[in-house]
Design a protein around this ligand. Structure first.
Ligand SMILES: NC(=O)c1ccc[n+]([C@@H]2O[C@H](COP(=O)([O-])OP(=O)(O)OC[C@H]3O[C@@H](n4cnc5c(N)ncnc54)[C@H](OP(=O)(O)O)[C@@H]3O)[C@@H](O)[C@H]2O)c1
Length: 293
């Protein structure tokens, strides 16, 4: 297939581009800067210049493709207004991509997070949260899945809290950055809360399988580690950085504190059985051994 991708220069997207090219697909990638275009072209993709706000460019990219994978997100958590703008930008972008594909039967794969269900591992059947500061992202994903009834083979690939590669990425990557600055490898609460994780190269395989096989309106979990205790994550970070490992108040993490403190394991049993996906790359705790002081 010829696949149009947004976010193809990111941590997950660059792995997806390599996975697609390695399995006989061709890639047309949205690139918002010269350096991103160079990286994508070096990887073997064709590029189209523009950003997520250029709805005409998104429509043109989708029109030229047999399927679309959407991964770009501004990730601007600097203020509530900036986050709201990023969420709104993504929602409009998905709306434009969906309109272009309506009635075509072509796949539109979007990214999301695994849901959080108190007391048990979340499954593919659990609904996404649609309230709170990033609730708009959940609503945008629900709108994409709703396009199944309008001739789009729409699917959502849900990511765990940490998508990692070479010891960086996701929540664990944020803990590492905070530890470097604070000179202590901290964790909120008693650290027994669990976060799920996946290696970016394994997640990339699931995006390809969803593109090739997933029925319209379905959701999938790219979960390799169902839940790593946060104090175990902090312990590896502390050892690699030569820093003490300590429980710290939840407030240390600002608005992320309650999210960091929550036990949020997630399962991928259905995804593995239905799509034949099997992660093969290092677990999060193994991959964190790549952190350099
Ligand atoms: N990493 C994780 O642990 C994780 C966990 C859960 C969900 N996710 C979600 O997965 C998706 C990809 O994550 P990632 O970790 O790969 O992110 P990333 O490494 O930060 O990459 C973001 C990508 O989006 C592009 N981008 C950002 N804003 C854009 C804009 N306004 N217009 C066009 N392109 C734009 C970036 O382009 P440039 O390269 O030009 O900057 C880059 O290709 C995001 O939706 C993220 O929220 C990630």
């Amino acid at each position: 297939m010829r696949v149009f991708i947004t976010g193809g220069s990111g941590l997950i997207g660059s792995a997806v581009v390599a996975e697609l090219l390695g399995h006989g697909h061709t890639v047309l990638a949205l690139a918002r800067s010269g350096s991103s275009a160079t990286a994508l072209e070096t990887a073997g993709a064709e590029t189209i210049r523009g950003d997520l706000a250029d709805l005409g460019t998104l429509r043109a990219g989708a029109a030229k493709a047999d399927g679309v994978i959407h991964l770009a997100f501004a990730n601007d958590f600097s203020s509530p207004a900036a986050l709201a703008a990023a969420v709104a930008e993504e929602g409009a972008a998905l709306g434009a991509l969906g309109e272009e594909l309506t009635g075509s039967g072509r796949p539109l794969i979007t990214v999301s997070g695994t849901p959080y269900v108190p007391g048990r591992a979340s499954t593919e059947a659990d609904p996404l949260p649609t309230g709170g500061p990033v609730g708009g992202r959940g609503r945008a994903v629900m709108a994409v899945l709703g396009l199944a009834s309008r001739g789009v083979r729409s699917t959502a690939v849900r990511m765990p809290r940490t998508v990692h590669n070479e010891g960086t990425g996701g929540f664990a990557g944020m803990l590492t950055n905070i530890a470097r600055q604070a000179r202590v490898s901290g964790y909120p609460g008693d650290g027994a809360q669990r976060w799920p994780a996946v290696h970016a190269l394994d997640a990339a395989v699931l995006f390809r399988l969803a593109l090739e096989l997933a029925p319209a309106g379905t959701s999938w979990h790219a979960v390799a580690d169902e839940g790593d205790a946060v104090r175990d994550i902090a312990a590896v970070i502390g050892r690699r950085l030569g820093l003490p490992v300590e429980a710290v108040p939840q407030e240390t993490y600002g608005p992320l504190g309650p999210i960091f403190a929550a036990d949020q394991p997630s399962s991928s049993t259905h995804t593995r059985q239905a799509l034949g996906w099997e992660p093969t790359h290092p677990s999060l705790l193994e991959d964190l051994e790549n952190i350099q002081p």
